[in-house]
Design a protein around this ligand. Structure first.
Ligand SMILES: [Zn+2]
Length: 458
């Protein structure tokens, strides 16, 4: 689900643009496709796609540098660079834009020429703007088809953390196109079109956002709040939460802190691992790159429930009597945390661990001689590493670890004799710190063995 929250700001924003260097401060990583042993497509008279790609990228790089941009290339020469390496370069360099330069081929001799711009469909901010801008600039020549904008799953797009597009400027397999790609005029014309498209999008500097949180952020509240600082006034933010949940986010300006913003959810998040993917939109129509914030919500154990296997057991039963321990959060939801615990019953202690669903089985080995109230005491302790209570920033890197102690919970199971049967009448609960209340849910699902144990005896 995508929710857009708007904030209103009366702050004016000035756009300092250097007319001579319109791309000053912008970093573009150019990726000439193929190279070395991988020639890519080959034109009718033998022009390698890898060569045409490198030539266009070189011209484009020169033009972008002339505009003040910082430019790097994934390859400068005719050499083989794997797709993985290309993505690694992008990850390390973290440019404002990654442009992979290719030229298409068709097996059909009659195929009409056209350009195709692929963009990473998972990030619709800058890549889509660039694709739109390129398509608008690549006006088809007579007989050419309209430029297509295609959400693409290419490796260098799919795995790229940076805003990325892949251009197929023309069909190298068409004889007249190949001729054009052999001439510096043809190459510069294409490069010039890409340059102007990039200039149009970065005419105003993109929104840059700093997240005040270590990654992953570990929070112990169902309502984490995150603070972001931006280089300009933000008008709205688009948030996608994975795993997908029905949650609402609000976004607020923190006026005393300049361009700082608070993002928070209005519906409680249960314990779990999430990724917030966010696009920030400036009031000037610019957009940020996709900001991903992994968040681990580890809610304290607020309620825990001991569920007996059955409401009664038979007199003198000397079998196993299972209980299910269920962890809950303050909102009464299942709290799926793995937590080690000690369960004490009489002079016996059982060590156990709740599973990743926050549940564990505790088995009381009844001897048949038990009488009166039976007390089961469950005590647990967990640690949330490097967490910051509330998830509020600014958070320092490697924040201090803290211990979260789950308070003791005592549950008294009272057995009362009615004729031949012992009834479990009461669960008296003594609550200490951290436990507000203890609730009955429902009886757990039982395996056939447990049930037989309970009812066959006596
Ligand atoms: Zn290619």
């Amino acid at each position: 689900m995508v929710i857009c929250a708007s904030i209103f700001s009366i702050l004016a924003w000035a756009f300092p643009v250097d007319a001579a260097k319109p791309l000053k401060g912008i970093f573009i990583l150019l990726d000439p496709g193929h190279g070395g042993s991988d020639s890519g497509a080959v034109g009718p008279t033998g022009l390698k796609e890898s060569t045409a790609n490198l030539r266009v990228a070189r011209y484009l790089g020169m033009l972008l540098k002339a505009d003040g941009a910082k430019v790097k290339m994934t390859r400068e020469t005719d050499r083989f660079v794997s797709l993985k390496e290309r993505v690694e370069i992008a990850d390390n360099e973290s440019p404002d834009l990654f442009v992979s330069v290719h030229h298409n081929a068709s097996v059909r001799k009659t195929a009409a020429n056209r350009a195709e711009i692929y963009f990473n469909a998972l990030e619709q901010g800058i890549p889509l703007k660039i694709a739109d801008s390129m398509a608008a600039g690549l006006t088809p020549k007579k007989g050419d088809l309209k430029t297509e904008i295609i959400p693409g799953g290419f490796f260098v797009l799919r795995n790229n953390q940076c805003p990325a597009v892949l251009t197929e400027g023309s069909y190298i397999s068409i004889k007249s196109v190949e001729r054009g790609l052999k001439s510096s005029r043809g190459l510069t014309t294409e490069a010039q079109k890409f340059r102007m498209a990039i200039r149009k999008v970065f005419e105003h500097p993109p929104v840059r956002v700093e997240v005040f949180s270590k990654r992953p952020a570990v929070v112990t509240t169902a309502f984490p709040r995150f603070i972001f600082a931006a280089n300009k006034t933000i008008s709205r933010v688009q948030v996608r939460l994975q795993p997908n949940r029905d949650f609402e986010f609000s976004f607020a300006h923190l006026p005393i802190l300049g361009e700082s913003y608070l993002l928070y959810n209005n519906k409680p998040l249960p314990t779990g691992s999430y990724t917030f993917s966010m696009l920030f939109y400036g009031i000037d129509g610019t957009v940020s790159r996709l900001v991903k914030l992994p968040v681990q919500v580890k809610l304290p154990i607020k309620n825990s429930v001991l569920l007996p296997v059955a409401p009664y057991i038979a007199t003198g039963m000397d079998g196993d009597f299972p209980l299910t321990l269920v962890l809950q959060d303050a909102n009464g939801r299942l709290n799926p945390r793995s937590l080690s615990f000690n369960a004490k019953w009489g002079n016996k202690t059982f060590r156990g661990m709740t599973n990743s669903e926050g549940k564990a089985a505790i088995v009381l080995p009844l001897t048949g001689k038990e009488e009166g109230p039976q007390t089961v005491e469950v005590e647990g302790e967990s640690e949330v590493e490097g967490g910051v209570e509330g998830g509020e920033g600014p958070m320092s890197e490697g924040g201090a670890a803290f211990r979260e102690t789950i308070a003791k919970c005592t549950i008294e199971l009272t057995f009362r004799v009615f004729g031949k049967r012992v009834f479990l009448i009461l669960m008296k609960i003594r609550l200490n710190r951290g436990f507000d209340k203890l609730a009955f849910l429902s009886y757990p699902k039982l395996g056939p063995t447990s049930i037989r144990n309970c009812f066959q005896q006596g």
